[in-house]
Design a protein around this ligand. Structure first.
Ligand code: F6R
Length: 364
């Protein structure tokens, strides 16, 4: 039932504050200001290397997690798309933790990768949305998302719930590694519990995003740029746009622009820049200026501080709330989803059932 929404995708985008809160409830002990994890029959503090494997949007959640885990817990993370991992003969040392991320828990390549990792002696952790799925059943450590059934083919609420669980996991690992003081942990718990409110603030931009969809809809190509954890968000933005609006879109690390893709820039290729203010902001702004100097039209997604510094000269800006870097990827997922959604609606494509796509990819 779509309720009063036109599409399941729209409904699921709007459910995010509620389902992220629902998911976080299992991973935060607000009273004690602590992260909570299900019981584990292995020593998390002893984990020396993590291998993350997933496909599509779930893979991008994993990429964000790599930034978080390496930053907070200082544990090295390898990450692969499942179809590559299976066949590249990855080097997996005994006692390593392999983490699989999947909405459905049935994606054929991810499931085969899980079984391969198991055969290679890895501890198997899974972040899945379907608790009865094959991956959930085969895991040593099940980290469920509580997004509820996701009907729209393009993943939205499952993605932000994955990010919520992965942020909690990164913090928990940091604590197990002695890299997090009680105060820092309390700070993370507080910021994570603010995420649903920040998601609501991001959703409040819907009308503005809808009104600017006509700037993107005529484009043949679109570039998305971001740095750090916003680089995977650029990849996710590009994937959402291509799968439901059929516009060719690419996500790039902002600093990679000048190594090739800048040759594409002209006034017909909108460039969407995801850049919350923070230590990397100025760097991204200088990449943005390179685009503008070549006649490129920029849409800047940032917060009030970022827009005050760099908003001038942009074709459009989308203002997000000022948030802690740990929850920024969750919050910035919203404008990226809404933009793809409204562009697709403007183009008249089948938003919930894009051509050539299936919800659950159970064949290789
Ligand atoms: C994109 C999308 C797909 C899935 C991918 C993995 O919007 O939905 O890229 O993310 O097929 O699916 P799961 O997470 O079920 O393993």
């Amino acid at each position: 039932d779509k309720g009063n929404h036109r599409h399941f995708m729209q409904k699921e985008i709007y459910e995010q504050p509620v389902v992220v809160a629902q998911t976080l409830r299992s991973y935060l002990r607000r009273m004690d200001n602590q992260i909570a994890m299900p019981d584990m029959d292995f020593d998390l503090g002893g984990v020396k290397r993590i291998t993350i494997v997933a496909c599509g949007t779930s893979f991008y959640a994993g990429l964000v997690a790599k930034y978080w885990i390496e930053k907070f817990a200082r544990v090295p993370v390898d990450i692969d798309v499942a179809s590559e991992f299976r066949y590249r003969e990855p080097v997996l040392e005994a006692g390593g933790l392999a983490l699989f991320i999947s909405q459905s828990g049935e994606t054929a390549d991810t499931l085969a990768a899980l079984r391969h990792a198991r055969a290679e002696g890895q501890i198997i952790a899974v972040v899945v949305n379907v608790p009865t799925s094959s991956m959930a059943r085969e895991a040593d450590l099940l980290l469920p998302t509580h997004a509820g059934p996701e009907i729209g083919v393009a993943s939205t609420k499952a993605f932000t719930c994955q990010l919520a669980v992965l942020a909690a996991l990164a913090a928990n690992l940091a604590r197990a590694k002695g890299k997090l003081t009680a105060e820092e942990e309390a700070d993370i718990v507080w910021h994570l519990s603010e995420a649903p409110a920040a998601l609501n603030q991001a959703l409040a931009r819907d009308g503005q995003i809808e009104a600017m969809a006509h700037l993107i809809a005529p484009a043949r190509d679109v570039l998305y740029l971001g740095r750090g954890p916003d680089y995977p968000m650029a990849l996710e933005g590009a994937l959402k746009l291509k799968e439901i609006s059929y516009i060719h879109a690419e996500g790039y690390a902002a600093g990679e622009m000048k190594h090739g893709p800048i040759a594409l820039i002209d006034d017909a290729v909108p460039v969407i820049v995801i850049a919350p203010s923070g230590p990397l902001f100025e760097k991204t702004v200088s990449n943005m200026a390179e685009v503008q100097a070549r006649g490129g039209k920029v849409v800047l997604i940032s917060d009030a501080d970022g827009i005050a510094i760099a908003g001038e000269g942009c074709m459009a800006t989308i203002e997000m709330p000022q948030v802690h870097p740990l929850i920024a990827p969750l919050v910035y997922a919203v404008p990226v989803q809404l933009l793809a959604y409204h562009v697709a609606v403007a183009k008249g494509t089948d938003v919930d059932q894009p051509r050539n796509l299936a919800k659950s990819v159970t064949v290789e």
